[in-house]
Design a protein around this ligand. Sequence first.
Ligand code: ATP
Length: 343
Amino acid sequence: MSTLHVRGLTKRFGDVVALDAVNLEVHSGSLTAVLGPSGCGKTTLLRLVAGFERPDGGEIAFADRVVAGPGAWVTPQRRRVGYLPQEGALFPHLDVAANVGFGLPRVERTRTRVAELLDLVELPASFATRQPHELSGGQQQRVSLARAMAPRPSVVLLDEPFSALDTALRASTGRAVARALRAAGATAVLVTHDQGEALSLADQVVVMRKGRVVQADSPQGIYDRPSDAELARFVGGATVLPGTSSGSRVSTVVGEVTSKRSHEGAVEVVIRPEQVRLGGTGVVARVEEVSYFGHEATLRLRTADGSALLARVGAGSALPEVGTEVRVRVDTDVLSYPFTAIS
Ligand code: ATP
């Protein structure tokens, strides 16, 4: 498995700059999630790496082999890329064994190899004779992965592979797929707009916005040190409030809070739901919505100045009624960013 290098990759569709000088490094044997809102260029990036589109600038290399760039072009068939789309990758009229073996040379299309690949994606060998319609959506995606992995590709690309699955199946299929990729030592890129999926499955998370990479970091780095307030809002469900900073002390509508960073003047303060404490001597906020999940609940609160604030309440805590008032305070260090008019 090779390292994937993407350098200064640019792609335009008419006036739309879908990718604007994108850089990406995916280490051999690791899983990178490309995370971003709809239209930010995620699919375009994957399609360029796969060779389905040609770049307008920059280059793509698998290890030291340039597959696209000035004067270089390797066709998709010769890149040895495994591609897993959202759904519908399986041939409906072929059984599981024939689907998995489809990309293999005839001599390798053996029952043992198919069983090995099914084992990799945690499906029993007895599934080999099933038809695709006899599988659940999650099982179908695992068979698709087995097929994508069969020819031992240099790089495996996964384009929102769990988006057609319901929430519970989505999480378990995601974990099974990540385990299979790791077990095979695959170099993989997973495109998703689901921040939970990106943080929980990947070794590296690359956040894109408007055709550009905003931050590439470990999942913890993205969550703990987001490069700007917008990213913090996107990955942690954080509330961003205006504040006035004097060193690390910041005055906000929820009282004075301590920032991890020192600034002077107008700032944006990032407050994560788990940092909001209820009760005590805090400021008053009205409860607008209570979303109960069993292991926790999320409250949407409205402060006196009209700001919305999310708070997380652990299992077993008493839940306030919608329409009542609670007191809130923030007693752990928050992130803050100098205020910029565009954010
Ligand atoms: P989604 O999560 O909705 O799939 P995305 O992040 O994958 O979005 P892309 O599909 O890569 O985004 O699209 C990036 C931009 O390029 C969008 O503005 C899109 O409209 C535009 N675009 C993509 N493909 C084409 C095309 N073939 N022709 C014209 N514009 C395109």
